[in-house]
Design a protein around this ligand. Structure first.
Ligand SMILES: [Zn+2]
Length: 81
């Protein structure tokens, strides 16, 4: 495949999809979602601790991706606030 075809065929992975943290929030129970949202707004709650808790619950979320979501820079939150 040539460069032009490769570029034409390329689809950025994140366009139109939610980040892993957004997806996790969507699938949580209202009680868990509330707790996680509150924790994310607490500057004293380390992202590494929250990521570990989510990973322990079976959500595959990286620390940097979680931090991006927390800062409101993930795809899913863009324009939704
Ligand atoms: Zn997100």
């Amino acid at each position: 495949m040539g460069i032009a075809e490769s570029i034409a065929a390329y689809r950025p992975a994140n366009v139109g999809s939610l980040c892993a943290t957004c997806k996790a929030l969507e699938s949580l129970s209202p009680k868990d979602r509330e707790a996680l949202t509150t924790a994310m707004e607490n500057p004293n709650m380390p992202g590494t601790a929250l990521t570990r808790i989510l990973n322990d619950e079976g959500f595959s979320i990286g620390v940097s991706a979680f931090a991006r979501h927390r800062r409101g820079e993930c795809v899913g939150r863009r324009g939704s606030q």
